[in-house]
Design a protein around this ligand. Structure first.
Ligand SMILES: Nc1ncnc2c1ncn2[C@@H]1O[C@H](COP(=O)(O)OP(=O)(O)OP(=O)(O)O)[C@@H](O)[C@H]1O
Ligand SMILES: [Mg+2]
Length: 665
């Protein structure tokens, strides 16, 4: 089972390499001539010893020397040319695979759920590129010449040939020993290096927290520990590798002299000329130098070989995205059918057998305690996390049927932790498009009721943010995040705790944005702790430990789950059928829609009565708390049994759940 996909990964790597076929052929031809010309030195010494010195002819020496200069010059040029070609082969190989590997690396969460660790894939690719561009790559073209050179030495004299052969075999044995002896060390050094680098990155990003919490010395100690591990592993590796590379180098030099000695003895015996003696010594040096070079650069070669193996593995496991038939823009009909979800790399599901439906113009509030699975649901609806069982359908098509990019356009997502990227506000709203469409950017900001807020910033839409958007407050980030979610004109909006950082004005603006989205026929899913956020919701889904406790029209669900529901009724009518608010894109100065207290927030501490949202009753200042009597103890029955209002017909059949103007867009 495993072998087949692996082959595909290797094939993909080979195909990327094969695009440089012509360059390889050229390198091969250059190498042929370079290796032929390597013989120049030995031929020269042969001629000088055996002709010039015996004939004492100076003109011959001059001519031979001129020839030598010319041939060496040609060799130098060819050697340089193949170096340039190799650099380009490496670069092209990298360019061919870069985007694909980048996609894989940025899809890490998805892969982690399949047990694939792609964190090193980019470095694997870099390591192959480095090795391809290095002189070690020529060794591949030079090593086949080693036997040829040995044969030439045999021709001079078999005894010298045997010495060369044995010497070569010893060097090859050293190469194998080196590989065996240093493999684990290198892996250790690599891992230790990666861990310390990752920690450096985290500490840099979270420098403020580290400082404020007085974690500087503890983090420094931990960091130093990791660095020491990395250094120790590296030193161990370089000691080992150094031993082999120095041994092979010394041995080669010794062999050169050894052959000279043997040649001298043969010359004394009259078996060979002194020219042949010197030539053999030069040739053996050259014949064995590619092997020595490989051992000398073994760290790089080994890393590249490892990189090749693991990259082939990852490529095989993550086949390129198959082109999908483009589906028409979906209507805002969301069907979640019996989904179960296990977070990447985990075993226990955090959502179990969950179903619900949402129609155009409807907003669904998802509430539940911390860890009940709200964000998990958000990640599933946006296609970020895979589903273990069941289906999420958008207008009939399961979300995997949409291409990743299309789905991102159709499903606008505001994550719980909004991270903005390095760039201007406009670029961030436009999702880092290279040329943000100003009209769309402003319109998205207006829809998110964030336009005024952006204008108040120093340079308005052109205010430049550093990485992570650190220049902005939590609330500002959240509102710009909402504009970003709306940029691509989504049919479904998934807002994870959209008002966690918002003040009263921000909450109001958010509610206007949600109301407008509903009017435009979008459907909205809001994960919330803060009651103000579910003001605009027609439906409520209550989660507990990943299970659906209740689902249905908001009033009904709240009625059954809030012991003090009536007291909320006094503060405002939490009915689903609310009069439509004026379509305005900027936050109004006063409360909008049904009066919800001074800040437009309705506190729903009554949910605490069901055991849900406990500990999250805290409201923004100025919010009117509409708490009923003190929290009643949880009744004996499980919450889901008496309050199950989840039949699907409920959702469409109840007036309260019906969208005011839920037409298709
Ligand atoms: N990346 C992750 N890897 C593994 N487990 C995770 C991951 N993210 C969340 N979980 C687990 O999934 C469960 C549900 O988490 P989730 O983030 O969906 O809760 P939530 O309802 O959004 O909570 P909160 O209200 O605090 O945001 C938790 O038990 C959590 O530990
Ligand atoms: Mg959450």
């Amino acid at each position: 089972m495993n072998a087949a996909p692996k082959k595909n990964g290797v094939e993909e790597l080979r195909a990327a390499l094969a695009e440089s076929r012509t360059a390889f052929i050229a390198i091969g031809i250059f190498s042929f001539f370079v290796n032929l010309l390597v013989l120049t030195g030995s031929l020269y010494s042969l001629q000088v010893y055996d002709r010039v010195l015996t004939s004492r002819s100076e003109p011959t020496l001059v001519v031979l020397t001129l020839l030598l200069v010319a041939l060496y010059a040609i060799m130098g040029v060819l050697d340089h040319m193949r170096g340039r070609l190799a650099a380009r082969v490496g670069a092209r190989f990298q360019a061919n695979l870069e985007t694909r590997v980048f996609r894989i690396v940025t899809d890490r969460t998805m892969l982690a759920s399949q047990g694939i660790n792609a964190s090193m894939a980019m470095r694997d690719l870099d390591s192959i590129q480095r090795a391809l561009s290095s002189p070690a790559a020529f060794a591949v073209f030079d090593i086949p010449w080693t036997p040829v050179f040995v044969v030439i030495i045999f021709i001079f004299h078999p005894l010298m040939g045997v010495i060369a052969l044995i010497g070569g075999l010893i060097l090859i044995a050293l190469t194998i020993l080196n590989q065996r002896g240093t493999k684990d060390d290198q892996e250790k050094a690599l891992n230790a290096g990666r861990l310390s680098e990752e920690m450096t990155g985290t500490l840099q990003r979270e420098a403020d927290t580290v400082r404020a919490l007085g974690m500087r010395s503890s983090t420094a100690t931990r960091w130093k520990g990791l660095r020491e591990d990395s250094l120790a592993a590296n030193i161990h590796y370089s000691d080992n590798n150094g031993f082999y590379s120095i041994t092979s180098k010394t041995f080669r030099i010794f062999l050169q002299s050894g052959i000279l000695g043997a040649g001298a003895w043969l010359a004394i015996q009259g078996h060979i000329t002194s020219g042949a003696m010197l030539a053999s010594s030069i040739i053996i040096g050259r014949a064995l130098s590619p092997i020595e070079q490989v051992i000398g650069q073994w760290a790089m070669v080994q890393r590249a070989m490892q990189g090749w193996k693991s990259l082939a593995d990852i490529l095989a496991k993550v086949p390129p995205e198959a082109p999908r038939t483009m589906l028409p823009r979906p209507r805002a009909i969301l069907d979640v059918q019996n989904i179960s979800v296990v977070p990447p790399g985990e075993r226990v599901p955090t959502l179990r057998n969950l179903s619900f439906e949402l129609r155009p113009g409807q907003a669904l509030g998802v509430i539940g305690q911390s860890g009940s699975g709200k964000s998990t649901l958000a990640r599933v609806l946006t296609g970020v996390w895979p589903i273990q069982a069941g289906k999420v359908r958008l207008d009939g098509a399961s979300i995997e049927q949409y291409s990743v990019d299309d789905l991102a356009d159709y499903v606008g997502y505001l994550p719980q932790d909004v991270v903005l990227f390095e760039g201007t506000i406009a670029e961030n709203i436009a999702r880092l498009a290279l040329e943000p469409d100003s009209e769309k950017v402003v319109s998205a900001a207006q829809k998110a009721a964030a336009h005024d807020l952006v204008l108040r910033l120093a340079n308005g839409y052109d205010t430049r943010l550093p990485a992570q958007g650190q220049r902005l407050s939590g609330g500002q980030k959240q509102r710009i995040g909402l504009a970003r979610a709306l940029y691509a004109d989504p049919v479904l909006l998934v807002l994870d705790e959209p008002n966690a950082n918002l003040d009263a004005e921000g909450s109001m603006a958010l509610n206007i944005a949600i109301r407008n989205a509903k009017k435009e026929g979008r459907s909205v899913v809001i994960m919330a702790h803060r009651p103000a956020a579910i003001e605009e919701c027609d439906l409520i889904l209550i989660l507990e430990g990943g299970n659906r406790v209740a689902f249905g029209p908001r009033d009904e669900v709240l009625k059954q789950h809030l012991k003090n529901y009536n007291s909320i009724g006094q503060g405002g009518q939490p009915g689903g059928a609310q009069p439509p608010a004026p379509t305005t894109s900027t936050p109004p100065s006063g409360p909008v829609g049904p009066q919800r207290g001074p800040a437009g927030n309705v506190a729903l501490p009554g949910i605490l009565g069901t055991g849900l949202l406990s500990g999250h009753g805290g409201m923004v200042s100025g919010t009117k708390r509409l708490g009923g009597p003190a929290q009643p103890p949880k009744d004996g029955k499980p919450a889901g049994t008496n309050a199950e209002t989840d039949s699907k017909t409920d959702t469409s059949g109840d007036d309260a759940a019906k969208p005011g103007n839920g037409g298709d867009k």
